[in-house]
Design a protein around this ligand. Structure first.
Ligand SMILES: Nc1nc2c(ncn2[C@@H]2O[C@H](COP(=O)(O)OP(=O)(O)O)[C@@H](O)[C@H]2O)c(=O)[nH]1
Ligand SMILES: [Mg+2]
Ligand SMILES: [Zn+2]
Length: 367
């Protein structure tokens, strides 16, 4: 009886951190005695911050984990579920990660063509911009491609609505570049739209904020956290020399339920994406292209080109089409630079997830 109660309370604590029964089946084997389930809530250099049912631990991968890991993407990222073993009162060894349901990736900075995964098991991607000089639909498109690559319908948040009139045209412009996703006005300052953000995160969902520095991600997090932020903010960790290390990405448990990963602004968004993510981002262009007379239409001066016609008649903005071509070139370049043995990796692994999420929200909104 005692044991059962312990198990149930362990389970309910993990549920707050995003555990669902579906993870049970992904665990493959029962947890071996002495191992616990933990969520990776932050990553810094060689260590990570873990959350188990009992509390926070500093984690490190085992030698065997390191040995078996064949690529950077195998190492823990924020959002991962891990099987860990206590190594001290506040520390644990990470033995294994549960297979990810989703992951967000970018290309590593610089010339190297390699994937950098930066978050896993995210349910909702919030792409954030603001009613200020950050607003740029071409940049929005890049973030949307990033979310689509992860198999998710991005939710665009247009922050600082207190600086804009009710009928500000930028809302419509954001909707135009996210044809199959949601766009909401928000003010982290006045609280407008905050409940919508909470709604997306109900039932212990994990969200992530993507967007340039200055758009208000941390302010929104603070608004969602209420007074709780003070308790979570300073990461309880040291780098071994007694110094405090700050982390770049961290997951927060909201008082209203649900989890949020705050990210520093990605100064330049280096995409790690394939053509299918582009097609899903630019559904308007993909739909037009279906009406071109020739299947292999290059959308130039060919007779019967629906894309050219749409640009001429003002249905499709030439800037959006140019932005699409630019991204297509970038994606083609990534493909061409891929190590042939790795090429399959570019293919999206998270496709089916998207449909599930979409159904979930459409049911929620209808019901
Ligand atoms: N007017 C207005 N300013 C905001 C709002 N949200 C954030 N800010 C301001 O924008 C600046 C950047 O916010 P911050 O949260 O640090 O952005 P981050 O870099 O995305 O985390 C700060 O000066 C905030 O006070 C908002 O809704 N309205
Ligand atoms: Mg910030
Ligand atoms: Zn055409």
């Amino acid at each position: 009886m005692e044991d059962l109660r312990a198990i149930v309370s362990e389970e309910s604590e993990l549920i707050r951190w995003g555990w669902t029964p579906s993870w049970e089946s992904r665990r493959q084997k029962p947890v071996i005695p002495g191992q616990k389930i933990a969520r990776v809530v932050a990553v810094f250099r060689e260590k990570c911050l873990l959350r188990t049912a009992e509390g926070e631990l500093i984690g490190e991968v085992t030698g065997q984990f390191r040995h078996m890991a064949n690529e950077m993407a195998s190492f823990p990222v924020v959002g991962d579920w891990a099987l860990v073993e206590m190594a001290g009162p506040d520390s644990a060894m990470v033995h294994q990660l549960l297979p990810r349901k989703t992951a967000l990736s970018r290309k590593v900075a610089g010339r190297v063509v390699r994937e950098q995964m930066f978050a896993a098991n995210v349910d909702v991607v919030f792409v954030m911009t603001a009613f200020d000089e950050d607003f740029n639909v071409r940049r929005l498109e890049r973030y949307i491609v990033m979310a689509r690559q992860a198999g998710m319908d991005p939710v665009v948040l247009l922050n600082k609505s207190d600086l804009a009139g009710e009928d500000d045209v930028r809302l419509g412009k954001a909707r135009d570049v996210n044809p199959n996703g949601a766009v909401h006005r928000l003010s982290a300052k006045t609280g407008e739209g905050i409940d919508i953000v909470k709604f997306y995160l109900n039932d212990g969902k994990t969200g992530i904020f993507l967007g340039s520095s200055g758009v208000g991600k941390s302010t929104l997090l603070n608004a969602l956290m209420g007074d709780g932020i003070q308790k979570t903010q300073p990461i309880r960790s040291s780098d071994g020399k007694g110094r405090h290390t700050t982390t770049t990405r961290q997951m927060f448990l909201l008082p209203s339920g649900g989890l949020v990963i705050d990210t520093p602004g990605l100064r330049e968004i280096q995409l790690w994406a394939d053509e299918s993510a582009l097609t899903e981002t630019f559904t308007d262009i993909a739909d037009l292209a279906k009406s071109c007379r020739y299947d292999d239409c290059k959308h130039g001066p060919e007779p019967g080109c629906a894309v050219t016609k749409a640009i001429e008649t003002g249905i499709l903005s030439p800037a959006r089409y140019a932005g699409y071509l630019k991204l297509q070139k970038e994606v083609a370049y990534l493909q061409s630079k891929q190590d042939p043995s790795q090429r399959g990796n570019m293919k999206r692994r998270w496709k089916s997830r998207s449909i599930l999420i979409r159904d979930y929200y459409s049911q929620k909104i209808k019901g």
